[in-house]
Design a protein. Sequence first.
Length: 362
Amino acid sequence: MKPMMKSKPDQDCLHGGVYSVNPGLVQLDFSSNVNPLGISKHLLRDLYSELNSLCTTYPDPLCRELKNSILDYLGIGLDPSWLLIGNGATELIHIFARTFIRRNVVISAPTFCEYELSARRAGATVKFVPLKNWKPDTEKILKESTNGCDAVFLCNPNNPTGILSTVSMRQIIENISSDTQIFIDECFIELVDEGDKKNTMIEMVSDYKNLVILRSMTKSFCLAGIRLGYCVCNPKLINRMLENKISWNVNGVAQKLGTMVLKDPSYLEKSKRLIQRERNFMMNELGKTTKFSPMLSDVNFFLIDVSNQSSVEVRNYLLSKRGILVRDCSTFTGMGLRHIRVAVKKHIENTTLIDAFKSMGP
Ligand SMILES: Cc1ncc(COP(=O)(O)O)c(C=O)c1O
């Protein structure tokens, strides 16, 4: 098969975040897509009272309390044998690849770079299937995933587009060979406007033994520095992945905070309202400019088409002149210099970003 898309040369996996540049330059980080609501002070106070024992005691290697909290939160009637907890979702992507990938994988791209990195590290050849009108090309993905394909990586909603493709996810799950693992990254699904319930494929894990769903608490609950994620799939797959997991991979503070944040049922509702309101505000304001065209998104980040400017130059300008870091998307496989990605933050921060864009011309 001739390659449909080339990966970016000479690089591992480039992310945004303040440490992707000189951190001293960053006053506002719009390149990381975490929940803009942050973490509540009273939760941190409660955590503080337990910090001494959390820091000095070995954590539960099985994450039992956290697993029970996640299962209550998901409410899908599964038991802990269907869960694997990771030091961030990224750890689980790599554990999955190390466990199941040997020969070929299919990746719908552009998307999050860790799928490609983990597959290459596992020794596989990567076939990229380009998005079609910014959505997964279901037909091509199914066609490419025959003949020795170990896994297909999908992301719903996708990063960097922020677009949901729930119908495609279902079609791929229902039509792919049962010998191919389907890895669906739902790390942002709890932040989409209509919520996760209508869009998640999580309940299909009971019927499809080749389906792995990934979630991240670093995005939905703003625990990026804490590092916490989980995947849900058939216990047979979990048991195989456990062979590649180190002991105590999830520290005690992460386990405790993860359990605590799941107890507030109003948090995600408040977050989604904030995101929707602020995304509309940002898109409206950007729509008034001629140089920056925001693209529709279902979640807490969106792409901006910088038309004939260069995404690298726009990013460098905003950083050097305004202390604002945005994500230059030219480092995503399959993307050129035409797009940057910004997170939706709180109103005052969003206003600062919009003012900075407007200062670059009408
Ligand atoms: C789609 C997607 N999945 C997973 C991750 C990683 O999440 P974590 O911070 O839990 O490792 C990211 C981080 O940017 C992401 O964009």
